[in-house]
Design a protein around this ligand. Sequence first.
Ligand code: ADP
Ligand code: MG
Length: 371
Amino acid sequence: MTRVVAMPIIDRTEADGWRLVIDALPEPAVALDRAGTVAHYNAQMLELFPKVRIGLPFSHVSRNPELIDAVDNVHVVGEPIIVQLIERVPVDRRISVSVSRLTQVGTQSAIPSLLITFRDLSEQDRLDQMRADFIANASHELRTPLASLRGFVETLQGPARDDPVARERFLGVMASQATRMTRLIDDLLSLSRVEMRAHLPPRGVVDLNEVVAYVSQSLEPLAKAAGVTVTIHRLPVPARIRGERDEMVQVLQNLVQNAIKYGREGGHVDVRVERAAHGPNISPRFSATVVDDGPGIGPEHLPRLTERFYRVNASSSREKGGTGLGLAIVKHIVARHRGDLKISSQPGVGSRFGVLFDELPPGSAAGTDQK
Ligand SMILES: Nc1ncnc2c1ncn2[C@@H]1O[C@H](COP(=O)(O)OP(=O)(O)O)[C@@H](O)[C@H]1O
Ligand SMILES: [Mg+2]
């Protein structure tokens, strides 16, 4: 249904000027005329309110009573009115709406009388929530070993004061709790360092062959203790990528360590450096893949593995010296290197963790002065 509105004769450029401003606003915006009907709206507005049409009374666009009240009252109040829209369906959303008067009541003007703009605060709320959860999780993880340490200190000061056997045993447990706290703080610091550097492209050159060899060698004692055989397959040519060696070591170390820890006792871990398949539109890449023959990971866990503190089995991870931050660190480092992290697993058969990075074109010089 279209309504014909009598428009005063005015300069075209002035008439279109305010429309262009509304079109250029980065957020959803709609202008209403004196009668409270839609005079103009931008593309973002149509996305947020698919029902919006020129000439439609605003009360048909949104049925939110607070927003409709604001539209009715803003002429009287004078100041812009801010209204919060909370939506639960289809997803939780919080939108801050500002209703402003553009012209005085009674004045004849070519521009509309009201401007309503919408700001979606859901993303900011989500980040705030993530930050709060992260602090709560980190505090909880630290509080547990701390409480246990305090308990042992009290026992050693009291009942076990003169019991050398108990003392020896308790001191051993205390040392391992302190180690756990140190590991957690190291991982937290690593994570924050990687996050801080997220936007700085890496400048060094790394050979994945070398990193894989170094990591397997440094994890040899852990593998031996678990009776796990680690086999590495390297490329006969250098697998050079643009990257920070320390960070690449951290990535492979965590993946191989996980494969040893969560794989099969007495099992096999394969670490393979390869050229990833590439086509006309995909640049050549190197991959490093870690495959174990352990119990695997249920498909419901896979999408969450890289979340901070996410563990399939928290107590088993803690027992094995895990913090739940390893794969979160891996994800951040891979992102900083513009690479990909691919995780797949078949319960009962094993898991596969692969990282892929662009090949450094031949002839690119090594060094830190590269862009
Ligand atoms: N190779 C693997 N096989 C089975 N589960 C794994 C494997 N690698 C990681 N996981 C699961 O993912 C979780 C998160 O790994 P990570 O972020 O490295 O934390 P952490 O090793 O400190 O527990 C682990 O607790 C474990 O449940
Ligand atoms: Mg780990």
